[in-house]
Design a protein around this ligand. Structure first.
Ligand code: DCP
Ligand code: MG
Length: 429
């Protein structure tokens, strides 16, 4: 007997019935969510990302919220962690200060993040992913790459259908929704999963890769952040199509190894495979200054903010790190990296920050810097992180102070409480 996949060029994402070419609605259930693509049954590399993850979990647990705009955040930093798609219609976005978000959407319901719950749900999703294939590479709490090559026999279906079934299963068993990107490489699978959110399923095949990328902005390329995009823009480069016309040697001369990445990814060439051990080796945040800085206090202000970002990302990825890494780049582009290994892993902004300050202290000798970064390596699971500190009573007090501050912030909102270092300048102590 022929399978649906052999017989029909497409299928329905709701009931999985195979569809003859050109259908607009499913011939069995009437759903418009049909999937067709010339390479549909050849592609095997997927990226899966949960939709409005924290907000979806909260909506699942409180059905009264279903049709209301929901914002998660307002805890420690007074910013939006995420918001549901209804709140997004009003312009609310992740990382927006809470007061701005509430200006945009005053009727929104704000919920404080419950990290433990999100970590638990994230793990459940991951366990179901591992039933599809052993080749799962998590990237953060709510997303992963999956390689489904060779799973056809196990699932009696090609990867595209297996993934659609999986999306249904997450909805019924976990109660949240996901978006799927299917392609032949990691770069485009990740791009694809973002194209149709929420409840999306997008396919980017090898044949269309060049055309698809041509009109897109360079920021779509993995590794091109704001600062690098500005550099490219200064050189007149905005679209990936422009990169497609440039020589590899030219790009490498201009931008070093990043130039090589631009060359390859702009052409849809990405040989990276799904690597179950390939989780990040370090987590860091850095910033390039508008004007070079040499003053310790100025640098410390940035360090505090960056440490909080790192701690936030560690929590989001459910990991901890034991070595703190300070990175500096001098005005004449020389890099300095300084490490210190802690006696236990950490995910606390305060510990990262204080270690960073000690490392920075030795470097501020009048040298002008154009960039500062802070991060942690030696990543591990967070179970052993930040044990109650018996030796350093100071640290315990600071942790208690941090907790008390968080409570105050949650109660009175945004900038009521700020540490001496983010608000105004801390002194060198
Ligand atoms: N997150 C956060 N702060 C940010 C970005 C994200 O706390 N600046 C948290 C909340 C998100 C979760 O991480 O729910 C996953 O991040 P995503 O970038 O995948 O965002 P969402 O899942 O919320 O939305 P999307 O549907 O765009 O994936
Ligand atoms: Mg997500």
């Amino acid at each position: 007997m022929q399978t649906d996949a052999q017989q029909f060029p497409g299928f329905c994402r709701d009931c999985l019935t195979g569809q003859p070419a050109g259908m607009r609605r499913c011939r069995a259930c009437g759903s418009p969510r049909l999937l067709y693509h010339a390479e549909l049954y050849q592609l095997t590399l997927a990226h899966i990302d949960c939709d409005a993850f924290y907000a979806s979990v909260e909506k699942r647990d409180n059905p009264e919220l279903a049709d209301k705009p929901v914002i998660i955040g307002g805890g420690k930093r007074g910013v939006v962690s995420t918001c549901c798609y209804i709140a997004r219609i009003h312009g609310v976005r992740s990382a927006m200060p809470m007061f701005k978000a509430l200006e945009a959407c005053p009727q929104a319901i704000v919920i404080k993040p419950d990290m433990e719950k999100y970590v638990r749900v994230g793990r459940q999703v991951r366990m179901l992913m591992q039933e599809l294939t052993p080749l799962v590479q998590p990237l953060s709490i709510d997303e992963a790459f999956l390689e489904l090559k060779g799973t056809e026999r196990l699932h009696h279906d090609p990867p595209a259908r297996t993934l659609a079934k999986f999306a249904r299963r997450i909805e019924t068993e976990i109660g949240i929704t996901i978006s799927v990107g299917l392609s032949y490489c990691k770069f485009l699978a990740k791009v694809a999963s973002d194209l149709q959110k929420p409840r999306g399923f997008s396919v980017i095949g090898a044949a269309e890769a060049l055309d698809f990328l041509k009109e897109r902005p360079v920021t779509m390329i993995w590794g091109v952040g704001k600062a690098f995009a500005t550099t490219l823009e200064r050189d007149g480069i905005r679209s990936i199509g422009q990169l497609q016309t440039m020589e590899e040697t030219d790009l490498m001369k201009r931008y070093g190894t990043m130039g090589q990445r631009l060359y390859r990814l702009s052409r849809g060439q990405d040989e990276r495979t799904v690597d179950i051990n390939g989780e990040a080796k370090s987590v860091s945040s850095e910033t390039t200054f508008n004007d070079d800085l040499c003053d310790y206090d100025d640098l410390v202000t940035h360090l505090r903010r960056l440490s909080e970002q790192v701690a936030h990302r560690l929590r989001k990825a459910d990991i901890a790190g034991q070595t703190v890494v300070l990175k500096l780049k001098t005005a004449d582009f020389k890099s300095r990296t300084r490490n210190r290994r802690l006696d236990s892993p950490t995910r606390l902004a305060d510990r990262i920050f204080r270690t960073g300050m000690q490392l920075l202290d030795k470097e501020t000798d009048g040298t002008k810097f154009r960039l500062i970064g802070i991060g942690v390596s030696d990543l591990s699971n967070p179970d052993l992180a930040d044990p109650p500190d018996l030796v350093d009573a100071q640290a315990t007090r600071r942790a208690a102070a941090e907790a008390a501050m968080n409570t105050l912030r949650d109660k009175f909102g945004k900038a009521t409480v700020e540490t001496g270092y983010t608000f105004g300048k801390g002194g060198r102590k």
